[in-house]
Design a binder for this molecule. Structure first.
Ligand SMILES: *Cc1c(COP(=O)(O)O)cnc(C)c1O
Length: 482
């Protein structure tokens, strides 16, 4: 399996080569030269596999340059009941992603695929835990080291730190806005005592943190000498790791492989649902991919109208499903690449329009007609009031507490139910992470999984810093000695 850039510039690289890379040199994202197909016999054989072995079967199709025995061992070490232990009562952690049936609605079964049982209680652990093990493996093989530099407003940073903690050859330098995360989120990150994890509380907002990361990365000499890399959501290995649970969820929700299943995906950067698109392109019988957004509805607007219009950060609202507060969906470019038949020049032109004119329109084109007819995408948006109502309604009807992001997924899923087609909503976080909104909806604190009861009281280790790029560089160089 070789990879090309969505903007046409990358010369067929292997999986290992793009593993540690961010953007391609032409500004595009890595995509497989052709998506591998799954045969009917494979689909049948995969139905009974435990999660780790299913992951191996799916990922090996994309990662041909990693020795099979090594990849299998990495998958088995990653997807264990001990890592994904934060399941709801009654669920079996050995399932890794248990399917929780809600009930019968609209002539079909509505269920949740629990993806948030990992160490940071959000679905990003599904891919990031594998990435930690893959990075460690690739770095050891090449005798290399990597210093991950990132900015976070919550979920991504903690998922990265819990995946990279204690890994040989890797350090993590993570910037977060001081006092802007929830107490739970900062405690999760700052309580890590591993010597390879470095947290910086920046006196500023998230955009300041991101600007500092960009400024450091723009210093090419510093970046090369310090072996700076990223783990952001455009990383292709993260997308591939997420493809696996669409198969797992499909098998759990369907009677047999002749049945179609739809998935509803709470979306922000389009990484999660992009994995669903890849799974569908491989031949998994997915009817609809339901793209659910919150008030930041760039993606819903595109799927309804064919107009992709990005918003400025000043137009991005802070909502009660904060991990979806994104107005430039980076992985969306991967889908558009497929939509325009893999024409890199065309994608480059469309993203020139995004950069210079703020967006593009495919309204009225045959391509836009294919978005639904051929690729199965539909969409919807949800508001704070919808979120509260859905959390209350699901709790009253099914006795379950769901987090605000998952509530967006349920709200929009219900607008796209089809009789006889099971609808699976991806549960992207546990309610314990977003207790403020749960209290607003239900008047009670959500349950915390064992071990998280007093996380805010643990000793914290972090460094405070102003918006000082040179200061940050000096600290990094002091730590690495490079
Ligand atoms: C990151 C995240 C999302 C959005 O996922 P994308 O891959 O960015 O579309 C949704 N919900 C939660 C809880 C998240 O952490």
């Amino acid at each position: 399996m070789r990879y090309q850039s969505t903007r046409g510039g990358l010369e067929a690289k292997g999986f290992s080569e793009i593993l540690l890379e961010g953007l391609a040199p032409d500004g595009g994202l890595a995509m497989p030269v052709s998506v591998p197909r799954v045969s009917a016999a494979e689909l049948q054989a995969w139905r009974a596999l435990p999660y780790a072995d299913l992951a191996f079967e799916v990922i090996r199709k994309f990662a041909g340059d990693i020795a099979e025995a090594d990849l299998q061992a990495l998958c088995r070490r990653t997807y264990t009941a001990a890592v994904y232990c934060n399941v709801r009562s009654g669920q079996d952690a050995r399932d890794i992603t248990p399917l929780q049936t809600l009930g019968e609605e609209g002539g079909t079964t509505l269920s949740l695929l629990a993806l948030s049982n990992g160490p940071t209680l959000a679905f990003k652990d599904m891919a990031m835990q594998l990435l930690g093990n893959l990075f460690e493996y690739a770095l050891a093989r090449d005798g290399a080291e990597l210093n991950v530099l990132g900015a976070t407003s919550g979920d991504t940073g903690s998922a990265a730190e819990y995946a990279m903690r204690g890994k040989r050859g890797i350090r993590v330098f993570m910037l977060s806005p001081a006092g802007k995360m929830s107490a739970f989120q900062s405690a999760q990150m700052f309580s890590l005592q591993d010597p390879n994890i470095f947290n910086f509380a920046i006196k500023g907002v998230f955009d300041d943190c991101q600007d500092m990361v960009k400024a450091v990365s723009a210093d090419a000499a510093f970046k090369a000498r310090q072996k700076i890399g990223t783990v952001n959501s455009i990383n292709w290995a993260r997308v591939v790791a997420q493809v696996v649970y669409y198969f797992k969820g499909y098998f759990a929700a369907s009677r047999d492989n002749s049945q179609q299943v739809s998935f509803s995906v709470p979306s922000g950067n389009f990484g999660n649902i992009c994995a669903g698109h890849i799974a569908r392109s491989m031949g998994l019988p997915i009817a609809h991919l339901v793209c659910a957004t919150n008030e930041n509805d760039v993606l819903d607007e595109f799927f309804r109208t064919g107009v992709y219009r990005v918003r400025k950060s000043s137009e991005t609202c802070h909502t009660s499903s904060p991990s979806m507060d994104i107005s430039k969906a980076s992985n969306f470019e991967r889908f558009v690449f497929d939509l325009v038949g893999g024409d890199g020049k065309r994608v480059a032109e469309l993203w020139r329009q995004v950069d210079q004119e703020g967006g593009f329109s495919l309204a009225g084109t045959a391509e836009f007609a294919a978005v639904r007819a051929q690729y199965g995408f539909v969409s919807g948006r949800s508001s704070h009031a919808d979120r509260l109502a859905t959390i209350r309604e699901v709790n009253a009807r099914y006795g379950l507490v769901i987090d605000p992001h998952t509530a967006d997924g349920v709200k929009v899923a219900r607008e796209h139910l089809q009789a006889g087609v099971p609808m699976v909503v991806l549960e992207t976080a546990l309610p314990a992470k977003f207790s403020e909104t749960i209290v607003e909806a239900l008047g009670v604190e959500p349950d915390r999984p064992a071990g998280f009861e007093n996380i805010e009281l643990l000793p914290q280790r972090f460094q405070s810093l102003g918006c000082d790029v040179e200061g940050l560089k000096a600290v990094i160089a002091g730590v690495t000695g490079l």
